[in-house]
Design a protein. Structure first.
Length: 432
């Protein structure tokens, strides 16, 4: 499991690369890729998946019998970072890239570390346009700090200005440009590069820490840890799922900036896929509504562990520790979808599987964030629980989490897909 997780974290340097990695895993597991523009001929017992925008993925398996419900997990492919605007900024004999922030990152964590560039490039072909992924697997640039001699009060707190403090150093003014390197890497002429979506990428590989390797550090733990572990659980259990329910796995994009894109949780992407699955197999209108009533979704996005240096920042009534199990998240303002019903069902599933569960709530005077579930519920009104894995330094360039928790998530998600869950009435379920 750990090797697979580290591979996903290492390879998923951008949402496009994360989606490509997920697609490769699904291919290896025997799933068939479909395109949204194609006619879908779906067969019982077979697995399928589609991509949207090259950065979001939905995978599913058709059950052997009529679809009586959906079992869904959803995570996201994006992480806070720096989007590249241009490579034409030159001053004082140096060439810099021009970047702007994506999401709410800890800016200082990006300083003074080797960085590179990755993303997608749209290239002209004889027949039209094609997307090419690029990832320069070498140290290319740095965002250098200003020396303490020029900011004596920096250790008393510094407010970072992204336009001034965070522009990365590329090289001497006469050095080859980013476009030059793209042409060399992709084997194309500059005039054939039509557009690009590129970002800065930290170069640190996932690493075990602790006297016995209990923890690990890596970029993009939020939320590729959940994406990878839920996908592992899905692949493991999809063929053994409840015979009357269709297992679905989703990894959506743009969660860190509000999810309002066509590939985000606020779009109709996931609901569109479910509707098309039903359209491709014989069903009645009542069957569609009955299936929704018998469905359940897990929104999987990491949560905050209680910080050992800042325990007062967490709710003292609900401490969350690294290695303490899957986190179940609650919020009175419905920023998380978990309630007594969905939380109770998830706890019962984990109890049967022997998976520890811990509870996360914000301090009453801290509003906290939100995630996929409450946005997805706009188009998919089914019971949901917001879950995740405990981590430290969320939205840092490099974050920290526990190995045992990742193992717990794989086990919990596999159990979720395998369980025979039936809605007997409003608020009454059987689990077998």
């Amino acid at each position: 499991m750990l090797d697979d997780l580290f591979e996903f974290l290492q390879e998923g340097v951008t949402p496009y690369h994360a989606a490509a990695t997920a697609a490769a895993w699904l291919d290896a597991a025997g799933f068939t890729r479909l395109e949204e523009a194609d006619y879908w001929n779906l067969e019982p017992g077979k697995g399928y998946y589609i991509l949207r925008n090259g950065s979001a993925v939905v995978a599913w398996r058709i059950p052997d019998h009529a679809i009586g419900g959906w079992r869904i997990t959803a995570s996201h492919s994006d992480a806070p970072g720096w989007k590249i605007k241009s490579d034409a900024v030159t001053n004082d004999g140096c060439r810099r890239l021009s970047v702007e922030g994506y999401g709410g990152m800890i800016m200082s964590s990006w300083l003074d570390r080797p960085l590179t560039v990755a993303g997608r490039v749209l290239v002209r072909t004889e027949d039209g346009v094609e997307t090419r992924l690029v990832h320069f697997d070498r140290d290319l640039l740095v965002i250098p700090s200003l020396a303490i001699h020029m900011q004596r009060d920096v250790n008393k707190g510094h407010e970072y200005n992204p336009q001034i403090d965070m522009q990365p150093l590329w090289g001497p003014a006469d050095s080859r440009t980013l476009t030059d390197l793209l042409c060399e890497e992709l084997g194309v002429a500059a005039e054939d590069i039509l557009d690009r979506d590129l970002q800065l990428v930290t170069r640190q590989a996932p690493a075990l820490i602790g006297p016995d390797g209990q923890y690990f550090m890596a970029p993009r733990i939020d939320d590729l840890e959940c994406a990878a572990t839920t996908l592992l659980g899905f692949i493991d259990a999809a063929a053994e799922t409840d015979s009357a329910c269709a297992p679905v796995w989703a990894m959506l994009d743009n969660e860190e900036v509000g999810s309002s894109s066509r590939q985000g949780a606020e779009s109709s992407f996931l609901r569109d896929v479910l509707d098309r699955i039903l359209e491709a197999i014989p069903h009645s209108a009542q069957m569609e509504h009955r299936a929704l009533a018998n469905s359940f979704m897990l929104s999987a996005d990491n949560g905050h562990a209680t910080h050992p240096n800042f325990a007062a920042k967490s709710d003292p009534a609900a401490p969350v520790r690294l290695g303490g199990g899957v986190v179940l998240k609650y919020n009175a303002s419905q920023k998380y979808t978990t309630n007594a019903l969905s939380g109770g069902i998830f706890r019962a599933i984990c109890e049967k599987a022997g998976v520890p569960v811990q509870t996360f709530t914000n301090r009453a005077d801290e509003p906290g964030g939100s995630t996929l579930g409450n946005l997805q519920s706009h188009s998919l009104p089914i019971p949901m629980a917001d879950i995740g894995l405990a981590q430290l330094a969320m939205h840092s360039a490099v974050e920290t989490a526990a190995v045992a928790d990742a193992e717990s998530m794989v086990k919990a998600v596999a159990a979720f897909y395998r369980v025979h869950l039936r809605a007997l009435g409003d608020g009454v379920y059987t689990l077998a």
